[in-house]
Structure formats: structure tokens, C-alpha cells
Design a protein around this ligand. Structure first.
Ligand SMILES: C=C1C[C@]23C[C@@]1(O)CC[C@H]2[C@@]12CC[C@H](O)[C@@](C)(C(=O)O1)[C@H]2[C@@H]3C(=O)O
Ligand code: AKG
Ligand code: FE2
Length: 350
């Protein structure tokens, strides 16, 4: 049940946003319509009473802290992240940079067990912490996807969740660490050049810097959890960036590009970014629920009508992923799969 409306809250001059809150212990039909509303209006919502045991989260948080506090040369033994492993500042393969270090993992337990050998001196403990967490959040993701289908009145209510339950699902898991930025020395250094400022290379101030640049998530659904340090911001459709206050007890859930396509544009895959700041380490863990590579993504017939013509051509997740990974972080990829609609004028000319 939504317990707070998505109204901007004023804290210290910055306009925070209180995302719609879904209480997973609520009544089913109420939850489903509130989730649909949140996905249509914001593409983001917060989930409370999610049922993931606190110790499952705490174990993974502890393992993450142990890993990220190692020396760079130790951490690099788990890298580079091509496509899985440890990465530092480089995001993706096309030159994107940010004030972040991370571990990217395939969610397959066998692959996690193998990768853990390069990550931890107690690989079994690391791998069990990651697998325990992934299993729990996948359950939450499935529950939310079923509720979405119910709220959309799609007859096959597992139309979305079956894609991520498939043994061949291409879901991935990411641990992000945004180290605190060094405080500026006094007296302050000369102002940066416009070029350095724009390229996020201005080291002269204590202003937040881009940790993870603006982007949308390509997959179906993302379940994000962070420690109590702020940083996440989402883009509202008026072009304004608004900070989302951290809540370590909740999950922040967002619609991915594939779900936007599968709902024929009713749900929105919203651009977001994460900033790092100069006072405290930020840690976030993100589960990206994805279909199998061979899965064909198409708009369910129930989502199409004369008033809502089909917006996207069918594609496989492999095809979409290839397009996403060949582009920059902030590029928009769904447009490549959009069907050109005929306007009245086109028809007159034909
Ligand atoms: C620049 C890129 C990084 C990214 C792959 C991409 O080419 C474009 C999408 C990026 C993103 C954003 C959400 C997830 O963090 C991520 C793992 C994903 O699936 O798509 C990243 C990719 C990445 O960091 O490799
Ligand atoms: O760290 C965060 O809060 C957001 C990270 C993110 O958007 C991502 O990993 O795709
Ligand atoms: Fe993201």
C-alpha cells in the first residue's frame, strides 16, 4: 500500500523526492494498482516490508566492505570487469568514467562460486552471501512483476516473471562503492577550466561528483539497496534531477528498458545517476533482472489497441543487449527499436 505520496520534500534547500512507497505486506489488489501507477508516473518506487531477512543483507554488506577495503592491487586480481569482475572508474566498454569502483557478477551460482575465488580469501563465505541475497531479491522481483501484470489486467500474470525465473536468465548483480572524495585543500585551488568542470575532472571543490553517470537500465527490473549515504538521483520528465533519500531498510525499484517495451510504453524506464560526496563511502547493491539471451521480447496483445498502437518491434534480449553495450552509458537505446508511426499527413501523401 502506498503510505506516502510522491511529493517533493524540502530538506536544506535541495528538493528531495519521496518515492511512492509500496508495502509488500499490504492487500494484493491495492498493491498492484499502486505499483502500476508508480511505474507509469515515476518508473521508480520504494518497497518496504519486503521480507528479505536483515541478516541476508547484513552478510553481503559486510563482505562488500571487506572487499572494497582491500588494496587496489588485491582488488584488481578480480578484474577487469570484461564483462564480469572488478572495475574501477571505467564503466562499460565505450569510454564512460565515474567516481566508482564495482564488482559485476553473473547471477549463476556456479559462476559466482568460481569468481569468488579471485574476490575473497574465504570464497565460500563470499559466494554464499551473494547467492543468498540474489535468491531473496529475485523472489521480490518476481512478486513485483506478478503484481504489475495483475494491475495491468494482462491475463497471463507470469508473463514478466517467467522470463527472470528461467534457468537461462541473463540477470546480473552489481556491487558499487563510491569512495568519499578527498576534501579540497585550503586555501582553495584556482577555479577549474570549463572543460575540466564539464568532464567531471574538477578536483577543486567539495561539491559532489558524478559516481555513475546518467542512464536507464536496459533489463526488465532493477532492485537497488544502498547504505544510509545519499547519492541516487532520478530525472523527472520536466528535466529536473531530484535526489532520492537513502533508506537501507527498503529497496528502490525501477523499470528497465525491456519492461518499458513490454508494456508498450505505459511503464517508463527512467534515467537516473549516482553522485559521490566528500564525507562518507556509499555502497549500493543492484540486482538487474533480465530475460534469457534467446528470449523474444514483444508487446503482449493485451497492451495494444487502436488508441495505443504497438510502439516497439519484437527483438531478442541478445539483440537489445548488443545494442546497449555498443553505446555510451547515457545513450538512449529503445529508440533503435521503435516502430515509426504513420501520421495522418503520411497517409494523405500515400
Ligand atoms: C556504458 C555502458 C555500461 C553498461 C553497458 C553500457 O554500454 C550501457 C548500459 C550500462 C549498464 C547500466 C545498468 C547496469 O549497471 C549495467 C551493468 C547494464 O546492464 O547496463 C551497465 C553496463 C556496464 O556497466 O557494463
Ligand atoms: O548506486 C546507485 O545508487 C545506482 C547505480 C546504478 O544505477 C546502476 O548500477 O545501474
Ligand atoms: Fe542504473
Amino acid at each position: 500500500m502506498v503510505v506516502a505520496s510522491p511529493t517533493p520534500v524540502c530538506s536544506d534547500r535541495i528538493q528531495d523526492i519521496e518515492l511512492p512507497v509500496i508495502d509488500l505486506s499490504g492487500e494484493r489488489s491495492k498493491m498492484s494498482s499502486l505499483i502500476v501507477k508508480a511505474c507509469e508516473e515515476y518508473g521508480f518506487f520504494k518497497v518496504i516490508n519486503h521480507g528479505v531477512p536483515l541478516d541476508v543483507i547484513a552478510k553481503l554488506e559486510q563482505e562488500s566492505i571487506s572487499f572494497f577495503s582491500k588494496s587496489l592491487s588485491e582488488k584488481e586480481k578480480a578484474g577487469p570487469a570484461i564483462p564480469f569482475g572488478y572495475g574501477c572508474k571505467n564503466i562499460g566498454f565505450n569510454g564512460d568514467l565515474g567516481e566508482v569502483e564495482y564488482l559485476l557478477l553473473n547471477t549463476n551460482p556456479h559462476s559466482i562460486a568460481q569468481r569468488s575465488k579471485t574476490i575473497s580469501n574465504d570464497p565460500r563465505r563470499f559466494s554464499s552471501a551473494v547467492c543468498g541475497y540474489i535468491e531473496a531479491v529475485r523472489g521480490v522481483a518476481c512478486e513485483l512483476l506478478d503484481l504489475m501484470a495483475e494491475g495491468l489486467w494482462v491475463p497471463d500474470t507470469s508473463v514478466f516473471s517467467k522470463l527472470i525465473m528461467d534457468v537461462d536468465s541473463d540477470s546480473i548483480f552489481r556491487l558499487n562503492h563510491y569512495p568519499p572524495l578527498p576534501l579540497s585543500p585550503s586555501p582553495p585551488p584556482p577555479p577549474p577550466s570549463m572543460e575540466d568542470y564539464n568532464n567531471n575532472k574538477d578536483k577543486s571543490s567539495n561539491k559532489p561528483k558524478v559516481g555513475f553517470g546518467e542512464h536507464s537500465d536496459p533489463q526488465i527490473l532493477t532492485i537497488l539497496r544502498s547504505n544510509d549515504v545519499p547519492g541516487l538521483q532520478i530525472s523527472l520528465n520536466n528535466g529536473l534531477w531530484v535526489p532520492v533519500p537513502p533508506d537501507p531498510t527498503a529497496f528502490c525499484v525501477n523499470v528497465g528498458d525491456v519492461l518499458q517495451a513490454m508494456t508498450n510504453g505505459r511503464f517508463v524506464s527512467v534515467r537516473h545517476k549516482a553522485l559521490s560526496n566528500s564525507y562518507k563511502s556509499r555502497l549500493s547493491m543492484a540486482y538487474f533482472a533480465a530475460p534469457p539471451l534467446h528470449a523474444r521480447i514483444s508487446v503482449p496483445v493485451d497492451m495494444v489497441s487502436p488508441l495505443r498502437p504497438c510502439l516497439y518491434r519484437p527483438f531478442t534480449w541478445a539483440e537489445f543487449k548488443k545494442a546497449a553495450y555498443s553505446l555510451r552509458l547515457g545513450d538512449s537505446r529503445l529508440d533503435l527499436f521503435r516502430i515509426q508511426q504513420q501520421t495522418d499527413q503520411d497517409q494523405d501523401l500515400a
